[in-house]
Write a protein that binds this ligand. Structure first.
Ligand code: FES
Length: 130
């Protein structure tokens, strides 16, 4: 187990390593992002984390960048490098890969991606405020 000092980090990249993403190249995407971050000398400002399923398997492989809240889908090892160069380094989006953007209205689907199942409840759980 490792405890990283994250002081000064500016971006956090969540790389899905769930089963659907791994079947579609998630390991190659993980390695490509991490080596490009290293090559671009961004490893002191960008932290990466492998995750389990993020619930958007239709978009696999999925990569999420925070604090912006940008969800990328159908990432491959080449477009993974674009995410590093365009998003992490320059602060822009790789527009064609975006699944969801965080906006002031909440997350918004982009690029005609599959909407997916809606979360439904008849009542809010006690004590939960939305
Ligand atoms: S396995 Fe990656 S979103 Fe489901």
């Amino acid at each position: 187990m490792t405890t990283w000092n994250l002081n000064g980090n500016q971006k956090h990249v969540l790389i899905c390593n769930g089963s659907s993403c791994m079947r579609k190249g998630g390991e190659e995407v993980t390695q490509a992002i991490r080596s490009e971050i290293y090559n671009q000398n961004l490893d002191f400002v960008v932290h990466t984390t492998r995750t389990l399923c993020n619930g958007r398997c239709k978009d696999a492989p999925v990569v999420i960048v925070y604090p912006d809240g940008t969800w990328y889908g159908e990432v491959d090892k080449n477009s993974a490098k674009d995410i590093v160069g365009i998003d992490l380094e320059k602060g822009s989006k790789v527009a064609e890969l975006v699944c969801y953007l965080s906006t002031e209205k909440g997350m918004e689907l982009q690029n005609n991606r599959t909407i997916g199942k809606s979360k439904e409840r008849l009542t809010q759980p006690a004590g939960k405020k939305v």
